[in-house]
Design a protein around this ligand. Structure first.
Ligand code: UDP
Ligand code: MG
Length: 319
């Protein structure tokens, strides 16, 4: 039976590689019978000619749909927008830089036939990565698997194929602060993990800085777990208990032995330690309160400026 597949592709400043991406992917698509593919390209407020190229591509190929944001809302928002517009039996989320090889579509489709709800990818080799970055991401995966309901293998990527049912479940989680890797895992369903060797970006440059990766890691944990909050409470309890014992000992000492040793080092240590701990706890609290604050606003996750989906904002008028 003919199956339909929607490819959701977030694009931010991809003018150099987008055409190449579509052409390469088309080659793979042509080799897969019994499947009708459609692209949903999401222009995430690119500052280059990405939107123009999208329109050209849509004119060239009739299976290309696009949505263009009013500004840069981030990859998470772009993925959400794309997913919202999907109607196909199977939905794929992939990057526009060919780092997510379309060559494994047949493998993914096979997993779907086998009854999996999702075929996700993880990277095996992290050759091009610095030692520091690799260690950091290992630590992140271990920590988030421990602290949250989200269980992802090391190197898990967003690149995946999902059934209609799973896609709809993902869309039901309509939080503004999205962490898709967590959401994909949180909704459950049977996932088959496949891996492939990562390749360097052919064209264009990566949009990630280390600082944004750090923020991504913090979100990955705080969006899915309140364990850090519990940790601060437990730490507070332990310190309270220790200080109680300390007070008792000092009291007994002064009452019975009358020792009055000047203890400024002890005082200094206690002040610095507690000060640091309090500061950290407030920081963790702040992280959550900030999240609550942003969620209560119930702002839209993205704003569309142009699109060639019929029911939506009309295409830009040709002048
Ligand atoms: N991307 C996006 N919005 C952003 C940043 C990135 O839609 O604000 C897209 C980008 O065009 C690409 C994908 O997300 O298709 C992954 O970005 P990138 O290749 O820079 O990340 P990396 O592969 O280095 O993780
Ligand atoms: Mg990339």
């Amino acid at each position: 039976m003919m199956k339909t597949v929607d490819l959701v592709v977030p694009c931010y400043n991809e003018e150099e590689g987008l055409t190449h991406f579509v052409e390469e992917t088309n080659k793979v698509i042509a080799s897969i019978p019994d499947c009708r593919f459609r692209y949903i390209l999401v222009n995430d407020g690119s500052k280059d000619k990405t939107y123009l190229i999208m329109k050209q591509l849509a004119a060239r190929f009739d299976n290309i749909k696009y949505i263009s944001f009013s500004r840069n809302f981030g990859k998470e928002a772009a993925m959400y927008a794309g997913l919202q517009h999907t109607t196909a039996d199977y939905v794929v989320v992939m990057d526009a830089d060919l780092q997510h090889p379309p060559q494994i579509f047949p493998q993914m489709l096979e997993a779907m036939e086998q009854g999996y709800d999702c075929c996700a990818t993880k990277r095996d080799e992290r050759e091009g990565e610095s030692f520091f970055r690799g260690a950091f991401s290992k630590l992140f995966f271990r920590l988030s698997n421990k602290l949250t309901d989200v269980k992802n293998p090391y190197g898990a990527m967003d690149y995946r194929m999902m059934t209609r049912q799973m896609t709809d479940s993902v869309l039901e989680l309509s939080e503004v602060q999205r962490f898709s890797k967590g959401i994909f895992s949180w909704v459950g369903f049977n996932t088959k993990w496949v891996s492939f060797k990562t390749v360097d970006r052919e064209l264009g440059t990566t949009k990630w800085k280390f600082s944004s990766l750090f923020k991504y890691a913090i979100d990955g944990i705080t969006c899915f777990s309140v364990a850090p909050l519990r940790f601060t409470a437990v730490m507070g309890g332990i310190i309270f208990f220790i200080s109680l014992i300390y007070i008792l000992i000092t009291l007994i000492q002064t009452l019975f032995f009358g020792v009055t040793t000047p203890g400024y080092v002890t005082t200094l240590c206690a002040v610095l330690f507690l000060g640091g701990l309090t500061e950290m706890s407030i920081g963790i609290l702040g992280e959550y309160i900030g999240k609550i604050y942003m969620e209560t606003k119930e702002r839209p996750i993205y704003i569309t400026k142009f699109s060639n989906f019929e029911d939506e904002h009309n295409e830009e008028k040709e002048q």
